[in-house]
Ligand binder design. Structure first.
Ligand code: 13P
Ligand code: 13P
Ligand code: MG
Ligand code: MG
Length: 378
C-alpha cells in the first residue's frame, strides 16, 4: 500500500497593521523562511504561506501523519518568530493567538487553529483550501451541509455512484468538547437539527463512505474558550478533496454564490454575510468585515502541491484563486447588501449575537449598578 500523505494547515493571527486588517509582509516572509528551512530538513515535503485578513495560514504536506510533533513545532516556530516582528513594530494584537509560553508538542490548545487530513493520494487529487477571517468554525456548517447533504446543490450526490454511498459527518460540540459521527443520507435531518445551532455545533470532518477517505476537515479550535476570554475570532480553515466520488470542485465553490450569515465580525460579536474574495482582497475594510472567505486550489503530486508555478518548485506557489474573478462580484454585492441590512439594526439582536455568545459585554456591570433600582413588578 502506498504511503499516506498528510495535509496540515496551521493558522494564527499574531498581529496586524492598523487594527485587525492584515499582517505585515515581513511576518509572512519570516513564516516562509521557517517553512523553507523545515522543508530543506526533510520534515515537510512542500508548503505554501498565505493570509486571509489578519490571519496567516501555513499549508504543509508531509508523510508524518496527523498530530505530528515536528510538524506542529513548525507552526509554533513560524508564529513565535512572526510575533517577535509584530511586537517590535508595535502591531495591533501582536502575538494575539499565542496563548502559552512553551510548546507542548501539539499546537492544539496553544492558540493557533489547525486542520489535518491523511489519505492515500489518488492519481489526480484536487485539493481546495478554504480560509475565513472574522468568523467561527461553524461558519462552514451551512456551506458544507449544502455541499454534502443536499442533492439539489450537489448533483454528484445523485449521479456519482460513490458519492451516492454517502458521507460520515463528525460533529463537535465545541462548548462541551465532545464529538459524534453521524451518517448521511440516512441521518441528514438529524444532522441538520444539530448543525442549525451554530453556537454549539460545528462540522470537524467529513469522510467518504465509499472508501476514498477524508473529504473535508475544518479547524474547529475555539480560541476564546481556550483562552478563557475574548482575544480574537477563530477564523477557521477548511481543507477539501474533490472529484471522483467526492463533490466536484465546482460543487464546492457554487454554494458561496448564496448569501450566508455567519457570526464573528466587529469585536467578534456581530452577524455579517460571508464575502467570497481573493486573499489579495481579504483585508476587512468595512466594520472590520464582512467575514471573508477565500478558496485556493492545488493538485497534489507525490506529496507536493502543484499550482500554476513550474513543476518541482517548493514553497513559491501560484494556486488557483477561485474567488478572484468577476463572477463573484454578484455574491460580493449581495454580501455587502445583507451586511448593511444587519448593520441597520445597530446594537440590537440579531445584528449582535445572543447574550451567551457575545464575545464581551458591559451588561454585568450595568446590571450591578442597577441592582438597587430594579423593582419587582406586581
Ligand atoms: P470536463 O469535461 O471539462 O473535464 O469537466 C467534467 C466535470 O465533471 C466538471 O464538473
Ligand atoms: P480577528 O479575530 O480577525 O483578530 O478580529 C477580531 C475583531 O474583534 C475584529 O473586530
Ligand atoms: Mg486580529
Ligand atoms: Mg482574523
Amino acid at each position: 500500500m502506498a504511503e499516506k500523505v498528510t495535509i496540515s494547515v496551521i493558522k494564527a493571527d499574531v498581529g496586524s497593521v492598523c487594527g485587525h486588517t492584515r499582517p505585515h509582509p515581513s511576518m509572512i516572509e519570516k513564516c516562509k523562511e521557517v517553512l523553507a528551512d523545515r522543508a530543506k530538513q526533510g520534515i515537510i515535503e512542500d508548503y505554501y504561506v498565505t493570509r486571509v485578513g489578519d490571519d496567516i495560514n501555513l499549508f504543509m504536506t508531509h508523510y508524518r501523519g496527523d498530530n505530528n510533533k515536528e510538524v506542529h513545532q513548525i507552526g509554533w516556530d513560524a508564529f513565535t518568530e512572526a510575533t517577535k516582528l509584530a511586537k517590535a513594530m508595535h502591531l495591533y494584537g501582536a502575538g494575539q493567538d499565542i496563548l502559552t509560553d512553551a510548546f507542548s508538542g501539539n499546537i492544539k490548545g496553544a492558540g493557533p487553529g489547525s486542520a489535518e487530513m491523511t489519505f492515500e493520494e489518488r492519481p489526480a487529487e484536487p485539493v481546495i483550501f478554504f480560509m475565513a477571517d472574522k468568523t467561527e468554525p461553524s461558519a462552514y456548517s451551512l456551506p458544507l451541509a449544502r455541499i454534502f447533504l443536499d442533492p439539489f446543490t450537489t448533483t454528484g450526490l445523485v449521479i456519482d455512484k460513490k458519492a451516492k454511498m454517502g458521507f460520515d459527518v463528525e460533529i463537535h460540540d465545541v462548548i462541551k468538547n465532545k464529538k459524534v459521527v453521524m451518517s448521511s443520507p440516512e441521518e441528514t435531518l438529524s444532522i441538520l437539527s444539530l448543525l442549525g445551532d451554530t453556537s454549539t455545533y460545528a462540522i470537524k470532518r467529513i469522510t467518504s463512505r465509499a472508501g476514498i477517505g477524508p473529504a473535508a476537515v475544518v479547524s474547529t479550535d475555539k480560541l476564546n474558550l481556550t483562552a478563557g476570554k475574548y482575544i480574537g475570532k477563530d477564523d477557521p480553515v477548511c481543507v477539501c478533496r474533490a472529484q471522483s466520488g467526492l463533490p466536484s470542485v465546482g460543487e464546492y465553490t457554487q454554494v458561496f454564490m448564496n448569501t450566508m450569515l455567519a457570526a464573528g465580525w466587529m469585536r467578534g460579536s456581530h452577524y455579517g454575510a460571508l464575502y467570497p474574495c481573493s486573499p489579495e482582497e481579504s483585508t476587512p475594510a468595512y466594520f472590520d468585515g464582512p467575514p471573508r472567505i477565500c478558496a485556493l486550489g492545488f493538485q497534489l503530486c507525490n506529496g507536493h502541491l502543484q499550482g500554476l508555478e513550474a513543476p518541482g518548485i517548493i514553497g513559491d506557489k501560484q494556486p488557483v484563486d477561485f474567488f478572484a474573478g468577476a463572477e463573484w462580484d454578484y455574491a460580493r454585492r449581495n454580501a455587502i447588501k445583507a451586511s448593511r441590512f444587519m448593520r441597520s439594526q445597530g446594537p440590537f439582536m440579531p445584528s449582535i449575537l445572543g447574550p451567551e455568545e457575545m464575545e464581551y459585554t458591559s451588561r454585568p456591570e450595568v446590571l450591578k449598578e442597577l441592582t438597587s433600582r430594579f423593582e419587582n413588578l406586581d
